[in-house]
Design a protein around this ligand. Structure first.
Ligand SMILES: [Zn+2]
Length: 88
């Protein structure tokens, strides 16, 4: 027959574990919140902008954006530079 204090400590441990488990689940949920879904394709603007990474030289072409003047994407932790289109 265990002492009453032992039973209380075990119950307290279970309660603390339960709270930690619940808060852990909540933390995981907040990480897993779904991204806002993109607007329907009809609402996207067709753009033709090229960006170059000033750090590593990577160049990308942007063809669709939610508005006509999208913020530059980031690469190598820096904002990418707009490359003036040479053709078209
Ligand atoms: Zn880069």
């Amino acid at each position: 027959m265990p002492a009453l204090s032992t039973i209380i400590w075990v119950l307290a441990g279970v309660a603390i574990g339960y709270v930690l488990w619940k808060s852990g689940i909540g933390l995981l949920r907040s990480f897993n919140t779904p991204m806002p879904s993109p607007p329907p394709v009809g609402e996207l603007r067709k753009v033709n902008v090229r960006y170059r990474c000033s750090v590593c030289g990577l160049e990308i072409k942007l063809t669709l954006a939610p508005d006509e003047d999208p913020p530059p994407p980031r690469h190598c932790l820096e904002d990418m530079d707009i490359v003036a289109p040479l053709y078209d």
